[in-house]
Design a protein around this ligand. Structure first.
Ligand SMILES: NC(=O)CC[C@H](N)C(=O)O
Length: 346
């Protein structure tokens, strides 16, 4: 009887420590932002609040997981460099290999959150849930969205049913695939949208799934951050009716290895731009046709004879995400045919 009495509290303690361990990697953004007053929902300074303070302000996290925090960067995400991508992905990969880590959350500015998420989904080999999260209003604002977004992210990262689904984005109660989603609204909490829909929703600590990703990611990817030391220069040229070759020529001169052409419509290219792009190509620069139109996808050999020119089409990838895949492909020596296959598969 004495043994039973002492065993009960010990079992309770064991259950407590058996909660999933989720690591929150903080990189900055509005979720760590602070404004002058509660009325400032859009005017504030991003990347101010340290991760320990973010976590301490959300005691509800302890009901969901054992949460530990790490400050990786404290930056606004419009300034997220290739070096930042490499550093973050290597840290995520190392943590994912630790047996005592069950899931990873990355707090991030929303501006380039989807690009970083796509980079991680292509390069980190793990089945463990990785949830990217940000907010549209700083924690100091009325109806701040960061706290619930973060609780939802930790809850998703702690759940077994989120395993093997690639890198996820948990904002506004939605669970989206980082590959598919983009920041499409720049001043409302419904910032992230995907033309292919959300994967599910997270409500009061439970996940409700409706779809699963079909593209290659994480454990199914041929890229691995553990083998990547640097990324080649890949840049974007934005089209308009009166566009001139100046930007293409300057980028080639500055050492670009590939140019993502953010074309009009179905990735169409102005007549006066074809020759400058071919000249760039003659100097070894890979040409990728994408579109400045957010929805739909670029068709091969429509608008331009891609087979004849040996150009690549970015499928449904936005120019900035086409840049991510192209950097990784060129880093391992992919030719245009291989890069085109990758755009269909990832
Ligand atoms: N809502 C946001 O997180 C935007 C803040 C900032 N521009 C960033 O991306 O970090």
């Amino acid at each position: 009887a004495l043994w039973a009495q002492t065993a009960a509290p010990a079992a309770a303690a064991a259950a407590q420590t058996a909660k999933p361990h989720v690591v929150v990697l903080a990189t900055g953004g509005t979720i760590a932002g602070a404004g002058a007053s509660a009325a400032n929902s859009a005017t504030y300074t991003a990347a101010k609040v340290p991760v320990d303070k973010l976590l301490a302000g959300l005691p509800e996290l302890a009901n969901v997981a054992n949460v530990t925090g790490e400050q990786v960067f404290q930056i606004a995400s419009e300034s997220f460099t290739n070096d930042n991508l490499l550093t973050l992905a290597k840290r995520v990969s190392a943590l994912a290999k630790q047996p005592d880590v069950d899931g990873i959350v990355i707090t991030h500015g929303t501006d380039t959150l989807a690009e970083t998420g796509y980079f991680l989904s292509l390069t980190v080999h793990t089945d463990k849930p990785i949830a990217m999260v940000g907010s549209m209003r700083p924690g100091t604002a009325l109806s701040a969205d960061g706290a619930l977004n973060l609780l939802n992210a930790v809850s998703v990262a702690a759940s077994k049913d989120a395993q093997g689904k690639g890198v996820l984005v948990t904002m506004n109660d939605q669970i989206q695939s980082a590959r598919d989603t983009n920041k499409d609204v720049n001043i409302e909490t419904r910032a992230f949208q995907s033309q292919w829909g959300s994967l599910g929703m997270v409500v009061e600590g439970r996940n409700y799934w409706f779809r699963a990703p079909v593209k290659r990611h994480t454990t199914g990817s041929e890229f691995n951050i553990d083998n990547i030391a640097s990324l080649p220069q890949v840049d974007i040229v934005y089209a308009h009716g009166n566009v001139q070759p100046t930007a293409v020529q300057a980028l080639v001169a500055s050492g670009a290895k590939a140019i993502i052409h953010a074309g009009t419509g179905n990735g169409s290219v102005a007549d006066r731009m074809v020759k400058p792009l071919q000249d760039a190509q003659a100097k070894g620069v890979t040409i990728v046709r994408s579109s400045r139109v957010p929805y739909g996808f670029v068709l091969r050999n429509a608008e331009q004879p891609d087979d004849k020119y040996d150009w690549v089409v970015a499928h449904d990838m936005r120019p900035e995400k086409a840049r991510i895949l192209t950097m990784l492909a060129l880093a391992q020596g992919a030719d245009t045919k291989t890069l085109q296959r990758m755009f269909w598969e990832y």
